[in-house]
Ligand binder design. Structure first.
Ligand code: SF4
Length: 349
């Protein structure tokens, strides 16, 4: 064990102050903290809760219904990251749509979808663009490329999310946030510093054992001081200014819009939609998708899990009616979902 990890471990295991709640906003952090065994080090007075930083989990049911509509009613080839295929919609998942004859194909990147459209000019290809500032630039690049190639058989269905206003909704959920390192690598730290000025504390963390242990130890030490704080614990990747190139690209192709988050409802200016200059590539406009209100399974507690109001193991269906092979909610489907992490690594936490 290296010296930094040992010091961090001493701080974490030795904490004997009042109960504190720390939210790991990012789904990858949730999984890594479990996988690395860090959660088992926590004393009882440190409550680590999961947040809404899993792109598949926060995508609302109505979005799945829209994709099913495009597959079955408009005969589009739906290209998507694999996780999304299994997420239940109101009537069916995309896997269910495939069983009914829908053409659904997993891809590794939006660029793959553009290539499929290029090679199949008679097929209408739609890419399901979900995710945060980490994946949105790639969707923007794909749209720009399709425009340059004059492809009239490619479009995207957006559910892209932007984190800053979501933090406003999460205020009060925890004593401190562990901010997602890969999002801050794009957006920079301005928002986190503004949150600190509003009394909201947090650290930005990387993904290795050393980085995560350090971030937790710094959070504990700073919370002991009782003042709002922000510390960049991932300086090898995250710069205060973020990635100006990615920010410029997103601003050129997309603009902020109000959008629905599973469990969090509509959050003002927290979504990304194509600008009107790129509306030919907007699947909602191109296919006149009617307004679809998804109906969540009332027994699924994903919404509460995503806000840190309950733990996956508090859901009565966890590990019984709901498992990774028969998921009732998105948080059990996604590799970044909290329910899937709890199921995989530690059902007793
Ligand atoms: S265990 Fe399943 S049903 Fe319960 S909150 Fe998680 S995803 Fe939803």
């Amino acid at each position: 064990m290296n010296e930094v990890i040992q010091q961090a471990k001493d701080i974490i295991t030795g904490y004997d102050g009042p109960k504190i709640r720390i939210m790991e906003v990012c789904g990858t952090h949730t999984h890594e903290i479990f996988r690395l065994g860090i959660r088992s080090l926590l004393p009882e007075n440190i409550d680590l809760i999961s947040g809404p930083g899993c792109p598949v989990c926060v995508t609302p049911i109505g979005y799945i219904d829209e994709a099913v509509f495009l597959a079955l009613e408009k005969n589009c080839l739906i290209t998507t990251f694999g996780d999304l295929i299994k997420v239940p919609g109101t009537e069916m998942s995309l896997a269910g749509a495939r069983a009914k004859g829908g053409n659904i194909r997993p891809v590794y990147s939006p660029d793959d979808a553009v290539e499929i459209a290029k090679e199949n000019p008679d097929t209408q290809v739609v890419f399901l663009a979900v995710g945060f500032e980490t994946t949105t630039p790639a969707a923007c690049l794909a749209v720009k490329k399709a425009k340059e190639l004059n492809l009239n058989n490619f479009s995207i269905l957006t559910a892209n999310k932007s984190m800053p206003n979501a933090y406003q909704k999460l205020k009060g959920s925890a004593d401190a946030f562990i901010y997602p390192g890969h999002v801050n690598a794009i957006t920079g730290n301005k928002v986190c510093k503004e949150l600190k000025d509003q009394g909201v504390s947090g650290v930005v963390a990387g993904f290795t054992a050393t980085e995560l242990m350090t971030a937790l130890a710094v959070t504990i030490e700073m919370l002991k001081k009782g003042e709002p704080f922000f510390v960049n614990c991932y300086p090898r990747v995250v710069r205060d200014e973020g990635s100006p190139v990615a920010i410029k690209l997103m601003d050129e192709v997309m603009e902020l819009c109000d959008t629905e988050w599973r469990g969090l409802g509509i959050i003002e200016k927290s979504g990304m939609e194509l600008r009107k200059e790129y509306s030919d590539f907007n699947a909602r406009i191109k296919y006149s998708i009617p307004e679809i209100k998804g109906k969540p399974n009332p027994a699924c507690r994903c919404g509460e899990v995503l806000q840190g109001h309950c733990k996956p193991s508090d859901c009565p269906m966890f590990g019984k009616a709901c498992t990774p092979t028969h998921a009732v909610g998105a948080c059990m489907v996604s590799d970044e979902g909290a329910c899937s992490a709890y199921y995989q690594y530690g059902r007793s936490f």
